[in-house]
Design a protein around this ligand. Structure first.
Ligand SMILES: NC(=O)c1ccc[n+]([C@@H]2O[C@H](COP(=O)([O-])OP(=O)(O)OC[C@H]3O[C@@H](n4cnc5c(N)ncnc54)[C@H](OP(=O)(O)O)[C@@H]3O)[C@@H](O)[C@H]2O)c1
Length: 201
C-alpha cells in the first residue's frame, strides 16, 4: 500500500493532508472533493471524513458506490454541479478540494469564496480566479519554496494510524510490471483510473 512519499515525490497522503490543512478542514465542516474517485481523491475523501467532516465527492456514476464505501456522498461532476451540491448540502459547503481542474468557476460558486477552494490540478485559471494552486518544493531544497506550500509529511503518521484502524485504504486501479510502464501511463492519461496506479518492480 502506498502511503505517500518524501523527497520530490508528492504522495497521495502528503497531498491530501497539505490541502486539507490549508482549507482548515475539521469536525462539523462540509467538504466537496472534485475528482474524488482518483488516486488523490480517494485518499482525500477518507482523510477528510476521519477529521469529522461531511464529504461530498464527484465522480462518474459507476464510481458512486466506491465513493459511498469511502465515506462520501457522491454526485456527478459537470454542468449543474452547484445545484446538485446545494441539494445535498443545503447549509452550504465550507471547503472545496479540487483534484480535477477545469471547473473552478462552479467550484467557487459552491464554496461562495475562492479562498475556500484549493486546487492541485494544473489549472492555470486558478491565479486569476483567486484560487490557490497547491504544490510543493522538494524537502532537500527549501530555498525553492517560493509560492510552494511546505510538505505535509506529518500526514504520513496520521495515515498509518488510520490504516491500522481500518479507516484508510488506497484503492488500486491497476498494477503493472515496470516493463509495462508505458501502459500505466496510458491508463493514467485517460483520467479515469479508479484509485492509484501501481508499478511493481
Ligand atoms: N499539486 C500537487 O501537489 C499534486 C499532487 C498529486 C497530483 N496532482 C495532480 O492532481 C490531479 C489529480 O491526480 P490523481 O492522481 O488523483 O489523478 P487521477 O487518479 O488520474 O484522477 C482521475 C479521476 O479524475 C476524475 N475526473 C476525470 N475528468 C474529470 C472532470 N472533468 N471533472 C472532475 N473529475 C474528473 C475521474 O473521475 P471518473 O473516472 O469517475 O469520471 C477519476 O476519478 C492530476 O492532475 C495530478 O497531476 C497534483
Amino acid at each position: 500500500m502506498e502511503l505517500g512519499g518524501g523527497g520530490r515525490r508528492r504522495g497521495l497522503v502528503e497531498t491530501s493532508t497539505r490541502v486539507l490543512d490549508r482549507l482548515a478542514v475539521g469536525a462539523g465542516h462540509t467538504v466537496l472533493v472534485q475528482g474524488a474517485a482518483g488516486g488523490v481523491g480517494t485518499v482525500a475523501v477518507q482523510m477528510a471524513a476521519a477529521r469529522g467532516a461531511t464529504v461530498i465527492g464527484t465522480a462518474s456514476e459507476h464510481n458512486h458506490d466506491l465513493l459511498r464505501s469511502l465515506g462520501a456522498e457522491p454526485t456527478t461532476y459537470g454542468p449543474g454541479l452547484p445545484e446538485r451540491v446545494r441539494a445535498l448540502a443545503p447549509g452550504g459547503v465550507d471547503a472545496v478540494f479540487d483534484c480535477a481542474g477545469g471547473a473552478l468557476p462552479d467550484l467557487i460558486a459552491v464554496a461562495g469564496d475562492p479562498a475556500r477552494v484549493v486546487t492541485i490540478a494544473p489549472d492555470f485559471t486558478a491565479a486569476a480566479l483567486g484560487v490557490h494552486l497547491s504544490h510543493t518544493a522538494p524537502v532537500d531544497e527549501p530555498e525553492a519554496l517560493g509560492s510552494a506550500d511546505p510538505m505535509a509529511l506529518h500526514g504520513l503518521r496520521i495515515a498509518v494510524g488510520l490504516a491500522a484502524e481500518g479507516r484508510l485504504r488506497v484503492p488500486v486501479a491497476a498494477a503493472f510490471p515496470l516493463a509495462e510502464a508505458a501502459a500505466a501511463h496510458e491508463l493514467s492519461e485517460t483520467r479515469h483510473a479508479r484509485g492509484k496506479i501501481v508499478l511493481v518492480n
